[in-house]
Write a new protein. Structure first.
Length: 342
């Protein structure tokens, strides 16, 4: 089955199956361990994983739109056994844990109109200026890196320097993130939110057992400018862990649905092997059924350098909703229904 609506300009489509009241941050909290030190439990193969990729403010709106469109057409993917969230996807994952996709969608559509080009406060690259300048700055750091680990360390060091040159950025960012979440508590259903330890460059995954509040985990996953502090540690955006989706965290799940606002594109060199399609191939080779959903080509202009334009959020949400409505029938058989009679 093909549900693809667009493909990455940098990588081929994988075998044609793709679619496409706040307190001080981290006070009194234990610190999570690096991802490499975590025990990996292989889930039953009949379980389902929902992967929500990063994509800025418009990407968040598109993710909510797709899920609301699926829901409106009778397919509820919020019942996934695991939800993986990266950056804007981590915000969406936490939002969906606290209210329905339709309520979130309506909130975006009914929000007061915003001037074109206005960026959200701290959503991506807080304190770094225009998105283009931020992309140039981080792009230069990436070019100087020898591999993914080196890139993460370099980006982390630069982000820590930025944070230390500012006054209370993490406290303000936490307050902003808190206003976006319907519930500040981790849900019972499994959620994994990605980040990177800015001091060591280690990839990180937060969950309800990490000893970190949900608000802090989301704030860390979205820290694409200055480094966000939790206790004595600093963190940067989860998109630097591997890519904007981090679909590899769904390993072992029988069915994996990936919603990718950036369409699987990556800014890292191909030879580093950190693109979405390589992760999808690995998941499939290990027995998972995988479907990816990308924005339609007609709406791609709302992402990338325009990802922080708040005026585009309603349009991005509507585009996602329409796509979700269209894909619901084809994805229903793939997603399946759990037998609750046992």
């Amino acid at each position: 089955m093909s549900t693809s609506t667009s493909s990455s300009p940098h990588f081929p489509s994988p075998h044609g199956d793709s679619t496409a009241a706040p307190r001080t941050p981290g006070s009194g909290q234990s610190q999570p361990e690096a991802e490499a030190g975590q025990e990996v439990r292989q889930p039953p193969k009949d379980q389902r994983a929902l992967v929500l990729g990063g994509g800025g403010s418009t990407g968040n709106a598109w993710l909510i739109g797709v899920i609301a469109g699926l829901f409106d057409a009778g397919l509820d993917v919020t019942t996934a056994d695991l939800t993986v969230g990266t950056s804007a996807g981590s915000t969406a994952a936490a939002q969906l844990a606290g209210t329905t996709p339709i309520e979130l969608f309506n909130a975006i559509i009914e929000a007061p109109p915003q001037p074109a080009g206005r960026a959200g406060s701290g959503q991506v690259a807080p304190g770094t200026g225009p998105v283009v300048s931020h992309m140039e700055r981080t792009g230069n750091i990436m070019k100087a890196a020898s591999d993914m680990a080196d890139m993460r360390r370099r980006l982390g060091a630069a982000a820590i320097d930025m944070a230390e040159a500012m006054e209370g950025p993490s406290t303000r960012w936490r307050a902003t993130v808190a206003t976006r979440l319907p519930c500040a508590e981790w849900p019972e259903r499994a959620i994994r939110l990605t980040a990177v330890n800015a001091r060591t460059g280690d990839p990180m995954v937060f969950d309800r057992n990490s000893g970190v509040d949900l608000v802090d985990a989301v704030a860390a996953s979205c820290a694409n400018g200055f480094a966000y502090s939790i206790g004595t540690n600093y963190y940067i955006d989860g998109g630097y862990r591997a890519n904007a989706e981090n679909a590899d965290l769904a390993a072992g799940y029988g069915r994996v649905l990936v919603l990718a606002p950036f369409g699987g594109r990556t800014r890292t060199p191909v030879e580093w092997g950190m693109h979405l399609f390589g992760q999808v191939d690995t998941l499939r080779s290990n027995g998972s059924l995988v479907e990816t959903v990308f924005p339609h080509s007609d709406s791609e202009h709302m992402f990338g350098v325009n990802a922080m334009d708040l005026s585009l959020r309603p349009a991005a949400a509507r585009a996602g909703f329409q796509l979700g409505n269209v894909l619901a029938g084809r994805l229903a058989d793939f997603w399946g229904k759990r037998d609750t009679s046992v």
